[in-house]
Design a protein around this ligand. Structure first.
Ligand SMILES: Cc1cc2nc3c(=O)[nH]c(=O)nc-3n(C[C@H](O)[C@H](O)[C@H](O)COP(=O)(O)OP(=O)(O)OC[C@H]3O[C@@H](n4cnc5c(N)ncnc54)[C@H](O)[C@@H]3O)c2cc1C
Length: 452
């Protein structure tokens, strides 16, 4: 079949047959075998993408609204960002600062946005409890660490806004206090503790959502990449290598792996950005003491292209950061070396500790730096949810549920959606030059703002 879609990065980033070489994949048995789509089938709602957005939508459509739903996933379930992220179930899915969110959208809209994120955390806990999804929850709250002395002040401003305007419990800790409850490092200039959020095993979460969706009657097809999407006689026709699926409505949930050319409605609206992760071998108690490590909470720092890290339940350090802009295996090798070196510079006592795993994937950025959720104006049978800016562990399952309610026509689901999330995100001007835009932005942040 002719493949009308194309991708921005090296093909190595889209090898749907091969699992990411992540610690998460290595820590679990192989994926459950789910039959690819075959022959001619039909359903009410077809979901493109088997990550948190698509799986949560399928679960809620089947469980709460008794809708006949099928998920088509190009790889195995959770193959994309959902099975390979850092497992920070935190806020918020935007690259705008809290101050800029208020300036652009107003205080009331920002409140509705943060309320939806609090609801996301409650949803994760409800799914853990009610659907029996064991995702190894860890920690209570998250730290943001000032990586330079000059960045401490912005943590105080952020804390005042988050607690004063949005009802979060926060605490600002000078360097020595943070070292007593967090860790020592060459980049500790104080920290902000937000007592919301936790760490989890992302692939267990994705597989748990899939299992719950199957139990409630949703049908899931792995290794079923949608290669063609047409519309005829009021129905959508999705074609994969092995089959054809007719559906009355479609939910597009491919996020950072969104193919260009599959649907003109979504072309040029996403900017996939590579994020890389390394994990160390398990650290001994003595090694942890060398860096005064005391926290189970996930942490990130104040760089725009941030470092994110956490100690995993088996005492490995997970350390993640931005990537390159080509996606070639050679560039991946260089990123692994760079990340290993930077880990050793931030935590000097662990400079020589072996790296056990390295992997990467796409986070999804939009032009207005906020998520894109809703229904297409030009085709009301098409729904979408993407663009979580590296913070989708909390936001994407919530979005999936919101979309399920919208698709099922429940209550005021469409008008209830916070304004900041609503709409398809503006197209990038000159979409073919997106990676050049990213290269320029990376250079600016590295040399001027973040000072790597
Ligand atoms: C390395 C890394 C670290 C991250 N760390 C964090 C973190 O710690 N905390 C956090 O909140 N967020 C993090 N994120 C982001 C988070 O993982 C995502 O926001 C979230 O998983 C998005 O879920 P999704 O279902 O929308 O997309 P995805 O999980 O990416 O799912 C989209 C799916 O669509 C499939 N697909 C694409 N094209 C087709 C097609 N044509 N046909 C069928 N299927 C198709 C893909 O195979 C993919 O599985 C990280 C992301 C990465 C890559």
């Amino acid at each position: 079949m002719e493949d009308r879609s194309y991708r921005l990065y090296d093909p190595a980033m889209y090898d749907f047959r091969t699992a990411a070489e992540s610690y998460w994949e290595a820590s679990l048995p192989g994926p459950e075998r789910l039959a690819p789509l075959s022959g001619s089938e039909s359903c009410d709602v077809a979901v493109i993408g088997g990550g948190y957005t698509g799986l949560s939508a399928a679960l809620h459509l089947a469980r709460d609204h008794q809708v006949d739903v099928r998920v088509l996933e190009a790889g195995h379930i959770g193959w994309g960002a959902s099975g390979r992220n850092g497992g920070f179930c935190t806020m918020a899915p935007t690259k705008l600062s809290t101050k800029d969110l208020i300036l652009r959208y107003g205080l009331e809209a920002a409140k509705a946005f943060f309320d939806s994120q609090k609801a996301g955390l409650e949803l994760a806990l409800a799914l853990e409890r009610d659907e029996g999804i064991d995702f190894d929850r860890q920690g209570e709250g998250v730290f943001v660490v000032a990586h330079q002395a000059s960045r401490f002040e912005e943590l105080e401003t952020e804390a005042a806004l988050l607690s004063g305007q949005f009802g979060f419990e926060t605490e600002v800790l000078p360097p020595e206090e943070f070292q007593r409850v967090g860790h020592a490092s060459s980049e500790n200039f104080g920290a902000l503790l937000i007592r919301s959020g936790f760490g989890l095993h992302p692939l267990k979460y994705a597989r748990g959502l899939a299992r719950a969706a199957l139990l409630r009657g949703a049908k899931l097809h792995a290794h079923s990449r949608v290669r063609d999407w047409t519309r005829a006689g009021g129905r959508h026709l999705l074609e994969t290598d092995g089959g054809r699926l007719q559906a009355r409505r479609v939910l597009f949930a491919a996020n950072g792996f969104t193919p260009e050319g599959l649907s003109p409605a979504f072309d040029g609206r996403t900017l996939p950005v590579i994020s890389n992760i390394v994990t160390t071998r398990p650290l001994t108690e003595a090694e942890l003491a060398d860096q005064s490590w005391r926290t189970e909470n996930p942490l990130s720092n104040t760089r725009t292209l941030l470092f994110y890290y956490r100690l995993l339940p088996d005492r490995r350090l997970l350390f993640g950061a931005r990537g390159d802009t080509s996606g070639t295996p050679a560039a991946g090798g260089r990123m692994r070396a760079w990340l290993t070196r930077r880990l050793g510079e931030v935590f000097p006592a662990w400079r020589e500790v072996e790296i056990s795993h390295f992997w990467r994937g796409f986070v999804c950025v939009t032009r207005d730096l906020t998520p894109a959720v809703g229904r297409l104006e030009e085709d009301p049978g098409v729904f979408y949810g993407f663009g979580y800016h590296g913070n989708g562990v909390n936001a994407a399952p919530w979005t999936g549920r919101a979309l399920a309610r919208m698709i099922a026509g429940a209550g005021d689901a469409e008008t209830e959606l916070p304004e900041i999330l609503r709409g398809p995100a503006p197209r990038f001007p000159l979409p073919a030059l997106r990676l050049w835009l990213l290269r320029s932005a990376n250079l600016y942040y590295r040399l001027v703002k973040d000072k790597y």
